[in-house]
Design a protein around this ligand. Structure first.
Ligand code: IPE
Ligand code: IPE
Ligand code: MG
Length: 262
């Protein structure tokens, strides 16, 4: 008798365990745009008695996994928070290490990303990063600009508030030139002046690292995003965890203010 009342979840679990990743039940609904705050690298390393830099390097493997997972599951936009406008407040040594790591990773991965149809874009104030990194950013965007599988936005020197300030300045310029009347400043107009112009807002935000905050990430764009927080540190956030986040998302009721959820 007891057997009959076992929750379906158990069968699903056994099936998944027995046959590995392939047998995971298909996801009902795939987010079109996924945003990830890749947090917890430093603590991951410290828990192991390693320097924080080792955590940043370990986090890179998860970037590769996330891009593959999202591309394989039909996600169209993936936005990764790599360095915030506030992260300049860290020790110079750590900031320099991160910047070098971005350059190294980009040089190493760009050909493979291109081969796999990934279009790479950078969001944030790029004028403030080193000229060599800026050059790599521009070259990778140019190389991959016609790719269609997945748009990969990497947020470097990105802050949601600084993005809104930049947008406000651009809009004010247009108003001064007489190209735009105050009544024409709509929500759509503001969206059009953000770094993510032309892209849909994130459907799902994933934040490992155990903390419940968004750290100035995509503050305008995430007005109706579904949040998924995890206690795991980013270097431990393997594809099984991404799958869990996606499964959780697919069970959410998104109402957008209406009575009935979608
Ligand atoms: C996120 O990991 C990576 C960056 C901010 C560049 P952290 O470096 O913030 O790791 P914790 O939060 O200190 O563990
Ligand atoms: C957010 O992480 C920025 C990135 C992951 C790049 P932080 O570790 O900088 O965020 P806070 O300061 O703890 O909120
Ligand atoms: Mg952190």
């Amino acid at each position: 008798m007891g057997l009959f009342i076992l929750p379906m979840g158990i069968f699903e679990w056994i099936r998944t365990k027995a046959a590995g990743d392939q047998s995971k039940p298909a996801l009902q609904r795939i987010p079109q745009h996924v945003a990830i705050i890749m947090d917890g690298n430093g603590r991951w390393a410290q828990h192991r008695g390693l320097p924080r830099s080792a955590g940043h390097r370990a986090g890179l493997d998860r970037v590769r996994d996330a891009v593959e997972f999202c591309a394989a599951n039909g996600v169209k936009y993936l936005t990764l928070f790599a360095f915030s406008t506030e992260n300049w407040r860290r020790p110079t040594e750590e900031v320099e290490y991160l910047m070098k790591l971005f350059e190294e990773a980009l040089k190493k991965e760009i050909a493979k990303l291109h081969e796999n149809g990934i279009r790479i874009r950078f969001i944030g104030l790029r004028e403030e990063v080193s000229p060599s990194l800026q050059q790599l950013m521009t070259e990778s965007e140019r190389l991959t600009k016609n790719n269609q599988t997945l748009v990969l936005n990497i947020a470097i020197n990105y802050g949601g508030r600084s993005e809104l300030v930049t947008a406000a300045r651009r809009i004010a310029e247009k108003a001064l030139q007489g190209e735009l009347q105050p009544q024409q400043i709509t929500e759509e107009q503001i969206s059009k002046h953000l770094f993510t112009a032309g892209q849909p807002d994130p459907d799902l935000l994933i934040k490992p690292g155990g903390e419940l905050r968004i750290s100035n990430f995509l503050i305008w764009q995430m007005a109706y995003t579904e949040f998924y927080f995890s206690e795991l540190m980013w270097p431990d956030f393997k594809n099984d965890e991404l799958y869990k986040a996606f499964r959780d998302y697919s069970q959410r009721k998104r109402r957008f203010g209406k009575v009935k959820g979608e």
